[in-house]
Ligand binder design. Structure first.
Ligand code: ZN
Ligand code: ZN
Length: 414
């Protein structure tokens, strides 16, 4: 769940994924994807029949969703992924930052339909805001927009989806593998008896778009969803062909129970299955939180203890620790800021210490492919060094001295 305020410290007058009154001083707005914790404020603006005080940049799919869901919010600018677009600040005010040349590039985030990351560039500053993401090593390595940061250009700041920045969640199966497991479990159950049905019980109310589409396409019928869930998914283009809130039009897969945590697994009172014998119901719970310390070659589903015909399946649309670590070390950002912070201070400190360990590995490296004419020394929040943009040879030699001294200090310290 995003805890990000919406403001980028490096670029004034923009707000990302937050649209409350405090953000109204911004002059350009950005939406990474259409999950409720990233759209805070949009519902209120729409119910007051208002719009934002500047353009809203988003992906083409998100644009369709916002147009359907919040019709009063206008001035939407759809970004094509991979294309760099200049940012237009809505209102001209007496602030030099508004006149600074600023651009944005949307990069696919692999989290849900239309989800993107934003790469902001202003003067020499380069900032990547990930939003929520699920990207594998191979995805990251083949993204042209990210390659330049791996090779020689400095990324100043990474605003990171840190949902699973924890050593407990080093590995998750790929979403495709999780979906295949759920399809297998479902098929076995449906084939066993003509009255059998599958009831999906995810722990959250949204984030299962990919799973619903894949199940519907494989079994060639619509999934029955609760009215409230249907309203959330209703705005996604094409979703009408995969789900319905009327069980009459659907097959034997249901997502029509409210989120009730881990209790009352077989409770069906609020579903359309109340009259069906429990023996015909199989519960499948796609979840990531439960799956701590899962190894790559380990089975990623299990029976729910004490409940007949109930399975928990590891399913995540956020990157695992290993995937997050790869992204950070691939981009080598000067600063990393965490967008999903736990409530408790001790847990936050643990997360920062894990981040420190990840960045430490590249902080001490000598820079690769450095453009000697454009290098400078940057001492960051995490006290690490990286070489970029220097103006002359003299300052270059100072930088080298500083680096060697700091390296000595580091060796003594450890
Ligand atoms: Zn999300
Ligand atoms: Zn149902």
């Amino acid at each position: 769940m995003s805890t990000f305020s919406g403001f980028l410290d490096e670029i004034e007058n923009v707000s990302v994924d937050r649209f409350t009154e405090a953000n109204f001083r911004s002059r350009a707005f950005f939406l990474s994807h259409c999950h409720m914790d990233h759209m805070v404020g949009l519902n209120e603006i729409n119910s007051l029949n208002q719009s934002l005080p500047g353009p809203l940049y988003l992906s083409e799919i998100s644009k369709v969703i916002i147009q359907r869901r919040y019709p009063t919010i206008t001035n939407l600018i759809a970004l094509k992924t991979g294309e760099t677009t200049p940012i237009l600040f809505g209102i001209s005010i007496c602030d030099s930052s508004v006149t600074k040349k600023t651009s944005v590039t949307a990069i696919p985030a692999g989290h849900c339909p239309g989800s993107v990351m934003f790469l902001f560039e202003q003067d020499n500053k380069k900032i990547l805001y990930t939003g929520d993401f699920r990207l594998y090593r191979n995805d990251i390595e083949t993204m042209i927009a990210l390659k330049k940061f791996h090779e020689k250009i400095n990324l100043d700041c990474l605003y990171l989806d840190s949902t699973f920045l924890s050593l407990d969640y080093r590995n998750f199966p790929r979403q495709r593998d999780s979906v295949n497991t759920i399809i297998d479990l479902t098929e076995n159950w449906l084939d066993a008896h003509p009255k059998n049905v599958v009831l999906l019980r995810p722990p959250a109310n949204y984030g299962y778009e990919f799973l619903l589409v894949e199940l519907s396409q494989y079994f060639k019928f619509k999934i029955h969803v609760a009215k409230s869930t249907y309203n959330d998914y209703l705005y996604i283009p094409e979703f009408d062909s995969y789900i319905s809130s009327n069980p009459y039009y659907c097959g034997r897969i249901h997502l029509c129970s409210p989120d009730d945590g881990n209790t009352e697994w077989k409770s069906k009172t609020s579903t359309c299955l109340s009259k069906l014998d429990e023996r015909h119901i199989c519960i499948i719970r796609p979840t990531a939180m439960k799956w701590k310390n899962l190894n790559e070659d380990e089975k990623h589903y299990e029976d729910v203890v004490g409940v007949a015909n109930a399975f928990s399946v590891c399913y995540s649309n956020h990157s695992s620790y290993d995937e997050i670590k790869f992204l950070i070390q691939y981009l080598r950002p000067t600063t990393v800021k965490l967008n999903v912070l736990p409530n408790q201070i001790c847990q936050r400190n643990e997360m920062y210490s894990i981040l420190d360990d990840i960045t430490k590995e590249y902080k001490v490296e000598q820079p690769q492919d450095v453009d000697m004419a454009n290098e400078k020394l940057v001492n960051t929040k995490y006290n690490f060094l990286k070489m970029t943009s220097f103006t002359n040879k003299r300052s270059m030699s100072i930088a080298k001295d500083d680096i060697s001294q700091l390296k000595i200090k580091r060796r003594r310290k450890f």
